[in-house]
Design a protein. Sequence first.
Length: 220
Amino acid sequence: MSKTAIIIGATGLSGNLLLKCLLEDKRYQSIKLFSRSSCNIKNSKIEEHLVDVLEIEKYENLFNADEVYCCIGSTKSKTPNEELYLNIDYGIPVALANLCIKKGITTFMVISALGANKKSNIFYNRMKGRMEEDVFRRKIKKLYILQPSLIGGTRTEKRTGEKLAKVFMKILTPLFLGPLKKYRTIHPQTIVNAMLWLANNKYESGRIPSNEIQKISNNL
């Protein structure tokens, strides 16, 4: 079976790894990318659309696929304006969920965060919690919201706070045992592996915490 996948956020760390995996996967004949900047990869499978993803609904006519992957996300240092931050990390996933329903796309995956909670006092966690709840309301058949802990790997953009957190977590990770395993740093390739497995196998839809992402990834 030849499938078409849509990726939002293919220029980011996880999204770029996902793109490279899909390009090598014979199950996929076409990968549609929607982003503001080019991924700078030339391949006959890629159909790239350079658009304002904050207005993704305007491109409904191009939004035809079997699966949609939302790998987009910002940071407070990169987007200090809370309204814009909310439009990106909350608005885009919800808009994509709406398009999935409208276009009959039954598989949708979103990278969220382990601490997502709409009642949290922390803006980031509260925003992610709101996003998850509103995406779930769309009742997409195969909906997977991945909740990774701190994502490891090397980014092209500078994230000083995240870099310091990774150093700190590297020291603490061996101490995270039992129920605390879900707080261990997770590699972006692990997240990508889990998404690909979920897209092509039967698994109950829902929120998938970091330790479960790791287990699913081991199936590949």
